[in-house]
Design a protein around this ligand. Structure first.
Ligand code: UDP
Length: 480
């Protein structure tokens, strides 16, 4: 009898920075000849399909949606594809009703689901679904290995009464010492465990972190060449991973063609900003984007803009969620007249931008996807982290890998001054030989990791499925 192809169901957390890499994972799984379903909220489907096209995803992915649990119309409002504060407020909560609906989807699936691969932020109900239906659950972790090591270590901290953590308290993650990154200040790991964070948010994070220890495996969007210690700590350190949840580093999760020498694969309609980039000198433009959600306040945007102007560097700046209104008067008009800068008001074709020869640096909020996208194309970064584990990511970029320039905050009011911005822009565009050469090395390492990623994914899935089969057989013997 011909053996049935395993059917895997990928369920991301409902935010762009989680849905996009999960989509690339689904595509890679389909390329490995698994049957693959990708489940998102119904109101996200259009967006997801657009990204699937832009990232040339495998056409065999089956898209399915959760329809019952919806944010309100106002919460759904997002500007030009970017997520609003209201939408993220909705997403950041326990949604067990999604679990009920997911169970229905799994039960109705044909061929039957062999395994679910769900985001770490869904553990509180996704693990129950897996247990009830007797199928394994693999965690998809879209952030760095360092954050995953901490995520797993949270259970240990909870048992030692070390939670919540005071602001600026130092956190030492076992096994992560010599990379020069440990100890980290509390907000550099995951700021959600801080005592200043509302209890409901802390509980959400901690509950998911604790339940993730019950998973059958964990896949992380990183690669050992840039995070060796974290990868070893997660796979081997009993203080972090006492249940020995099988771990694999599968990054960078990016489209195949992103690693071709001069082409990224996005298939957006011809957009204005790319035509503008075509006219700029090589490595002269700073691309500025804070991802799908983060936004700086008026004072900070003003300092940034004035620092940019003083540096006389060219720029392409993604301005969304009303950020444009916060710019100093006449700033954009002057840049447009002088042909030195351009604003992108919609969702930017980021992979194409980072692949463009005119882009010499990326000012980023250090979201992990943006970080992986930048380092995979050898583009040096200017780090401007906001929340989550972004401050820790900035340390990885600047201190550990040396592929970016940091921005010091002014002690008085915690702002980054225009002078700091001006210096950073000059440092990356005019004096960036060292960061550029290190970025070129990391790019090669990313490419090497990308090549072995499919085999690693396949090995983990097979291991998890095999161990589930043995468990089921064991259960049957016990029963009879
Ligand atoms: N992105 C994009 N265009 C935009 C803004 C974001 O393509 O205008 C993509 C970006 O390439 C990345 C993702 O959205 O893949 C953002 O993820 P990241 O982890 O960098 O940040 P987050 O949005 O989760 O804070």
């Amino acid at each position: 009898m011909e053996e049935e192809v395993p059917h895997l169901m990928v369920v991301p957390y409902s935010a762009q920075g989680h849905m996009i890499p999960a989509l690339v994972l689904a595509s890679r799984l389909a390329g490995l000849d698994f049957e693959v379903s990708y489940v998102c909220h119904d109101f996200r489907l259009e967006q997801v399909k657009r990204e699937a096209k832009a990232r040339a995803c495998n056409p065999h992915i089956k898209f399915q949606t959760l329809k019952k649990n919806f944010p309100s119309k106002e919460q759904q409002e997002s500007s030009s594809g970017h997520d609003s504060m209201e939408l993220m407020g909705w997403a950041f909560g326990f949604h067990p009703e999604d679990g009920v609906e997911l169970k229905e989807l799994i039960s109705a699936a044909n061929p039957p689901i062999s395994c679910i691969i769900t985001d770490n932020l869904l553990a509180s109900w996704a693990q129950d679904v897996a247990d009830e239906l007797n199928i394994p659950r693999i965690i998809f972790y879209p952030s760095p290995g360092m954050a995953l090591a901490f995520h797993f270590y949270v259970k240990n901290m909870l048992h030692q009464n070390k939670l919540p953590v005071r602001v600026q308290e130092l956190v030492r993650i076992p096994g992560i010492d010599s990379a020069g990154l440990s100890p980290l200040s509390s907000d550099q790991v995951i700021d959600l465990i801080l005592e200043t964070v509302p209890k409901v948010m802390r509980d959400f994070y901690v509950t998911n972190a604790v339940r993730d220890h019950e998973a059958a495996g964990v896949m992380c969007n990183t690669f050992a060449a840039i995070e060796e210690e974290a990868c070893i700590a997660v796979s081997e350190n009993p203080q972090i991973n006492p249940n020995k949840v099988p771990f694999v580093d599968i990054g960078p999760l990016l489209p195949d063609s992103y690693f071709a020498e001069d082409n990224a694969c996005e298939d957006y309609d011809k957009v204005e900003c790319l035509a503008w980039l075509d006219e700029q000198p090589t490595a002269s433009v700073v691309y500025i984007s804070f991802g799908s959600f983060a936004r700086a306040n008026r004072k900070q945007i003003e300092e940034l803009a004035l620092g940019l102007e003083a540096s006389e560097k060219r720029f392409l700046w993604v301005l969304h969620n009303g950020a444009e209104e916060l710019l100093p008067e006449g700033f954009l008009e002057r840049a447009t007249t002088n042909k030195t800068g351009m604003a992108v008001r919609k969702w930017a074709p980021q992979l194409l931008v980072l692949s463009h020869r005119a882009v010499g640096g990326f000012m980023t909020h250090c979201g992990w996807n943006s970080t992986m996208e930048s380092l995979s194309r050898g583009v040096p970064m200017i780090t401007m982290p906001f929340y989550g584990e972004q401050r820790g990511n900035a340390r990885i970029i600047v201190e550990h890998l040396g592929i970016g320039v940091g921005l010091a905050k002014d002690g008085k009011d915690g702002l980054i001054t225009r002078i700091a911005f001006e210096q950073a822009f000059r440092a990356v565009i005019d004096e960036g030989e060292l960061v550029r050469s290190k970025a070129a090395q990391v790019k090669q390492a990313a490419r090497a990791a990308f090549k072995v990623s499919p085999r690693k994914i396949k090995d983990l899935i097979n291991k998890v499925l095999e161990s589930n089969r043995s468990r089921q057989t064991g259960l049957q013997f016990k029963f009879f």
